[in-house]
Write a protein that binds this ligand. Structure first.
Ligand code: TPP
Ligand code: MG
Length: 353
């Protein structure tokens, strides 16, 4: 099996040649390709909207499309998903509207209606790093107690593995056989901290050993490898075997729109990873194996641009900010300090510029 490092599982190489078992049908491959292109089109637009002062701080996903789309595509509708603040493509793959994702970035709404009317079983991103991991284990254990044949997928970054919550969640999952897949997108940086300063472990996958379950290390820029690994891990998790997946990938853009990565990494390194771009790779494969044409490509790009433009218009036409909503679900009952705090929030706050 070809690999970019000896222990990274890969199915399709950067030039599109197949060197493993492809489990996605032609139709599914076209779907995951479309979702990746849609995510990138959205991402580029979001960076530009921030520059124009039209949305708040944004965490770009460029380079991580295959990891996010491949993982979310492997989930069943019964499974639970815990994305991070960078996982916009996971939300889109899971079925959230792009307008809702934008509303959140505008500060005018949230990804998730608490009642979950569409049954998306996908949680809001948490900003405090790794706090979603114990939540995912708890939700997985609750599903298990209810006799629900569902697993929880918890997404997080390489930096999150240094948090206590990561270790507590992994420990609980191992001890209680929780149906959880820990999906780490190792994008090589936690803001400016490179992976080798994050942990002295040779890999992130090997951390699973300490908790009594298996770790897998895969090429996170290979949507086929991601889909296959997450599908297998979810099946094992539903049988009570948690799994840790390290998806090796790269953040091609800035940490957020307030970051300048030229302060801590060389352009040559970025270029090296652009050569292993996930979208190019899926397209090479589609062209070689499923007759994807230049006309298909042009039509897709046009469709993605139109869908993004429509979502931006729909989001910007929102009917105001519900500033009370931020207090609504913090405690089961109103906290004694909340009435005063509600008063301090302006009715029409401006997006931070
Ligand atoms: C508990 C906590 N500490 C610090 C931060 C500040 N912070 C925001 S993002 C980030 C880096 C996280 O890196 P990683 O887990 O690799 O995810 P990535 O941003 O690379 O996707 C840090 C330290 C935070 N949000 N929460
Ligand atoms: Mg990271």
């Amino acid at each position: 099996m070809a690999s970019q490092a000896p222990d990274v599982t890969q199915v399709v190489a950067p030039d599109g040649t197949v060197d493993g078992e492809v489990e996605l049908s032609a139709e599914d491959t076209r779907n995951v390709y479309r979702l990746q292109v849609l995510a990138r089109t959205f991402d580029e637009k979001a960076v530009s909207l921030h520059r124009q002062g039209r949305i708040g701080t944004y965490a770009p996903l460029k380079g991580q499309e295959a990891a996010q789309v491949g993982a979310a595509y492997a989930l069943s509708t019964d499974d639970y998903c815990f994305p991070t603040y960078r996982d916009h493509a996971m939300y889109l793959t899971r079925g959230h509207s792009m307008r809702d994702v934008l509303l959140h970035l505008l500060g005018a709404g949230n990804y998730v209606d608490r009642e979950d009317p569409d049954g998306l079983r996908t949680f809001t991103p948490t900003i405090p790093i790794a706090t979603q991991l114990p939540h995912a284990v708890g939700v997985g254990m609750a599903a298990d107690y209810d006799g629900d044949d569902a697993a929880a997928l918890a997404s997080f970054g390489d930096g999150a593995t240094s948090e206590g919550d990561f270790h507590e969640a992994m420990n609980f999952a191992g001890v209680f056989d929780a149906p959880v897949v820990f999906f780490c997108q190792n994008n090589q940086y936690a803001i400016s901290v490179p992976r080798e300063r994050q942990t002295a472990s040779a890999t992130i996958a090997q951390k699973a050993d300490a908790y009594g379950f298996d770790g897998m290390r895969i090429d996170g820029n290979d949507v086929f490898a991601v889909y296959r690994a997450v599908t297998e891990a979810l099946e094992r998790a539903r049988r009570g075997e948690p799994v840790l997946i390290e998806a090796v990938t790269y953040r091609q853009g800035a940490h957020t729109t307030t970051d300048d990565p030229s302060k801590y990494r060389e352009e040559a390194e970025v270029e090296e990873w652009v050569e292993k771009d996930p979208i190019e790779r899926t397209r090479e494969y589609l062209q070689a194996e499923h007759g994807w044409t230049d006309e298909d490509e042009a039509a897709l790009r046009e469709d993605c641009e139109a869908r993004v433009a429509e979502a931006v218009d729909a989001a910007e036409a929102h009917d105001g900010f519900d500033t009370d909503a931020m207090f609504d679900h913090v405690y089961a009952d109103e906290h004694p300090r909340h009435p005063d705090q509600r008063e301090t929030v302006p009715d029409d706050p401006q997006v931070e510029r």
